[in-house]
Design a protein. Sequence first.
Length: 215
Amino acid sequence: KPVMYNEPSSDTEYDDPKIWEVHVVEQLRNLKTTDPFDCQVQVGATCIPIHKTALRLNSSLLTTGEVSYNSNLDLIHVGVEEEFAGRADLIKIILEGFYSGSVELSPDITDLQMVYKFGKTHSVTWLLQRTRRMLVSYIKTERSAPRFVDVFNFAHVVWCEDLIKECLDLLTQDIARDIIRMIFKRLSVHSVKSLTTSTTLAISEWTLYHLVASC
């Protein structure tokens, strides 16, 4: 008999959000170990098996139909955007995390940006939160201008206001001066606009003027 997802009502023991999350994860883990896959995600030429319930509870990859287990014999096919086609290995790791609400990610900036973009595209809230912390940590590790520019520009590509704000909070006089001197990396037009409209910058007006002028 398939393991069904049962959403707790507001007056049950699962009323507390943290307990509710534990309740959901427990059911997802049971589903993975007791029932055959009823769905697959097409990533380029690779098909990754998964349960419909895991997709519906974690993302917007499936936006229609019931959350419960698909008992039909035919697998549900779900495709992802072409930009993710070459990273089936990374998407598989993310989808595995749909059963636990956590995932072990490489600190590589290219991987982090791809994971964040996937989470933003498909509304995977917990993945966005985790990856955003790692992107901010990527800047903090060396406090270097190139790392700041990489993440700040990327934040505008995916237009994540939370990440933009966290980057602005990390902009120091030293990082700004280094950006001014850099030749091989430049802030994007959208990044410059965020700088000039921010009211919380910790750098001087003189530094901001020269930073904008250098771009």
